[in-house]
Design a protein around this ligand. Structure first.
Ligand SMILES: [Zn+2]
Length: 149
């Protein structure tokens, strides 16, 4: 099993500053503009709808015991997303989903653009506008908002 992403491990200094910058923006964004919180079944259904719309396979969403510093993991090889808690925000889910569909695997420009795209399509335009603004304000590169349709 390949651990493609140890999200939130950055807090103990393992990952890049680009990853930590991305997490910091997403945490601040979630406080300012919370996204809906879903249970595991709802999360699976929501991601199934997204996958159908995006033309990719349905990811499996499951709970997994993981360190308290982690909230979610994306396993690209198994096409699955694991979460630590029973309930999770839509933002956490689209973050992990963006890992599944972006090729390079990191928290870079392509990844952030994909997160904004998913938020725009499946959460709300207002959320997407604000998240994009916050990435830019933090000096994190992202495609122009027009590219996230
Ligand atoms: Zn991540």
């Amino acid at each position: 099993m390949v651990l493609e992403h140890n999200d939130r491990l950055v807090r103990v200094g393992v990952t890049s500053s680009e990853a930590s910058g991305t997490y910091a923006v997403e945490d601040a964004f979630e406080l300012e503009m919370p996204t809906r919180v879903l249970g595991l079944d709802e999360a699976g259904e929501w991601l199934m709808m997204i996958a159908d719309n995006e033309g990719v396979d349905h990811p499996v969403v499951s709970r997994m015991a993981m360190s308290r510093s982690l909230q979610g993991l994306a396993f690209v090889d198994e096409w699955c997303i694991s979460v630590r808690k029973k309930k999770m925000s839509q933002l956490l889910l689209v973050h992990e989903m963006a890992h599944l569909v972006t090729a390079n695997g990191g928290h870079g420009r392509e990844f952030r653009t994909q997160v904004v795209t998913f938020v725009r399509r499946y959460v709300s335009l207002a959320h997407a506008v604000r998240l994009h603004e916050m990435y830019v304000a933090a000096g994190l590169s992202v495609e122009p908002f027009a590219a996230t349709k």
